[in-house]
Design a protein around this ligand. Structure first.
Ligand code: GUN
Ligand code: ZN
Length: 437
């Protein structure tokens, strides 16, 4: 007998929605059900059909009238930045030196790492996020703490310790050899253990010497299946400094190309100021440009041109992310709200169905985990979010005028946050209402 049957309005995306009326892009059941067994989805669809498959006596949670969707996926976030989110008045390089790097030095202490990892995963679950691609600090212990905490919750996470051996304070640098050795040990200990995946994580070209980039390159060759995550072309001063450090490079992207760091599992944060050549190089490699709207606005970095990248002859693969603590919210709803405004400033409007495709199936595809999560379908892992479109008085009032699913999703994106998240299921288990802190 199955473990659990959820009832509610079930919504899952099949492909990119061309418009707010493109209902063929999604599967939507007004009276829907999701049947779960052993952490996986057994069936999803009309409640009457799913209930018959469940058989008698299965535990049922009735979430009507709420929406049941695949859990949100955050493609770029920094675990050790929880206590510097909302730090005033700096652009990227000053913000790193003044707030971020000093904060990250605290993570030499495994107890601190474990405490923050616990609070971090509590926070993302509270916001309906079931998978993160996360940066830990330079310390091996911080990644160990994060993976241990994620394993306890049975969460599908992609994470790595940052490799950084220059342009950072003492206590926050490794060496080419120790960065390699620690990454290697973490890969052996954690990659593929339970639901954990390791990402090789050279922080960005500024904080790695060419010798360390060679080591990252060696790790990529030795582990071609792994993700790689880094930052690219976020801020003009960053771009100028990078070009001083790598005078031979044609442009910023060329550095990552040179060291063999670009491929389909490369998650490249920001990508705001790319030339056409750089966009061509990224798209030819299949690398993913990660759009971090709240961070790009908060740090004054620039406007990521989502539609330009998506519609070019050689489209870029795109994911979206919070980038906390440069980002200002753990919520993927808040993230897409700000994303919508950034795209609007570039002269386009992202339709609400496309937004929710991006947060779920789209980010799963971009992270190459779409065989596992991102859609409510038999065989997929049961990472699920339940959303209440009337979570606040203002939302309830606005709901009185809502007529279509697209309008409702847009309301959730524009006014919603963690209060709209009724429940988050991780591998079929309620995880939000189980939080103790
Ligand atoms: N570039 C290098 N490190 C970071 C970071 O921690 N946050 C952001 N936003 N950009 C970076
Ligand atoms: Zn980042």
């Amino acid at each position: 007998m199955a473990d659990l049957l959820l009832r509610g309005r079930v919504l899952s995306f099949l492909r990119w929605p061309e418009s707010a009326d493109d209902h063929a892009a999604c599967r939507y059941e007004v009276d829907g059900g999701v049947l779960i067994d052993g952490g996986k989805i057994v069936s999803a669809g009309a409640y009457a059909v799913v209930e018959r498959q469940a058989g008698p006596g299965v535990k049922t949670i009735d979430h009507r009238p709420h929406l049941i969707l695949p859990g949100f996926i955050d493609a770029h976030i920094h675990v050790p930045q929880m206590q510097i989110i909302a730090s005033y008045g700096a652009e990227l390089l000053d913000w790193l030196n003044k707030y971020t790097f000093p904060e990250e030095t605290r993570f030499f202490d495994p107890q601190h790492g474990r405490r923050i990892a616990r609070l971090f995963l509590d926070e993302v679950v509270r916001h309906g996020t079931t998978t993160v691609a996360a940066y830990c600090s330079v310390h091996k212990e911080s990644a160990e703490a994060f993976f241990a905490e994620a394993a306890e919750r049975n969460m599908l996470v992609i994470a790595g310790k940052v490799m950084m051996d220059r342009n950072a304070p003492e206590g926050l640098t490794d060496t080419p050899q120790s960065g390699y050795d620690d990454s290697k040990a973490l890969i052996e200990a954690w990659h593929g253990r339970g639901r954990a995946l390791y990402a090789i994580t050279p922080r960005f070209a500024i904080t790695s010497t060419p010798e360390q980039m060679e080591m990252a390159s060696a790790l990529m060759r030795e582990h071609p299946d792994l993700h790689m995550q880094t930052h690219l072309s976020e801020n003009h001063a960053e771009i100028a400094f990078t070009s001083e450090l790598y005078p031979w490079s044609e442009d910023y992207t060329d550095i990552y190309e040179h060291y063999g760091l670009l491929g389909r599992k490369s998650l490249i944060g920001h990508c705001i100021h790319l030339s056409e050549r750089e966009a061509d190089a990224l798209s030819a490699s299949g690398a993913v440009a990660v759009f971090c709207p709240t961070s790009n606005l908060f740090l004054g970095s620039g406007l990521f041109d989502y539609q330009r990248y998506r519609k070019r002859e050689q489209p870029l693969r795109i994911a979206t992310a919070t980038d906390v603590g440069g980002g200002t919210s753990y919520s993927m709803l808040r993230t897409m709200d700000e994303g919508y405004k950034v795209i609007a400033l570039n002269g386009e409007k992202l339709n609400p169905l496309a937004s929710f495709w991006q947060l779920t199936a789209g980010n799963a595809e971009a992270l190459s985990i779409d065989d596992r999560v991102g859609r409510l379908e038999p065989g997929k892992e049961a990472d699920i979010v339940v959303l209440d479109s009337g979570a606040t008085p203002a939302m309830r009032l606005r709901m009185e005028r809502i007529e279509t699913l697209a309008e409702e999703l847009f309301l959730l994106q524009t006014l919603g946050d963690d209060r709209a998240v009724v429940e988050t299921y991780v591998a079929g288990r309620p995880a939000k209402t189980a939080l103790t802190s």
